[in-house]
Design a protein around this ligand. Sequence first.
Ligand code: ZN
Length: 203
Amino acid sequence: MADRASEAVRWAAFDRLRAGRAIAVADLAADVQFGMDELGEVLGGLVAAGLLERDTDGIVVGSHGLTLRPTVHHLVLDGVALHTWCALDAVAIPAALGVDAELTTCCGWCDQSLRVTAVAGRPRGGEELRVWVPGMDCENVLEQFCPFANLFCGSDHLEQWRVGAGEPPGHACTVTEIADLGPTWWSRDPDCCTPGAGEGQPW
Ligand SMILES: [Zn+2]
């Protein structure tokens, strides 16, 4: 799912979602200058791969990790209240954009509320926190990767979850390590997107 049309569409949607508003398909078509038929085909492929979300009316409400649909991961991104598909998104996206952010989520094991503040994209404190980066291949990122990419109080709670979950493939990162990778995961291909297609994304 790294073809140029798909990349252009999901980045255009991501950019609009940053303002906190849902996106009519006609507006997205204008952004990427695709006909409605072509755009419909691209949107269908992105939704099937779990890389874009539409509501029941077809309005685009999520793309590339950002969503207007309430999830456990609340992210105030550069002053705009949003949600993300997973904890990895919530740490990596501010880092990629270099903006201030505040993530509020819950430990994936004990449900304790956790908060990560980022200044110019860099997490402040929280060295004890861990993010689980699932390691399996997936056909639908939103359904198969994101539910497991959670934040944990520390290594001990992540390990208790991991053992309880049957020791799935993947690895643990600190929030600083996720922030270091954010600009690579959320980089656009200048050939098909206004200003970097992500290479080396974990999904
Ligand atoms: Zn915990």
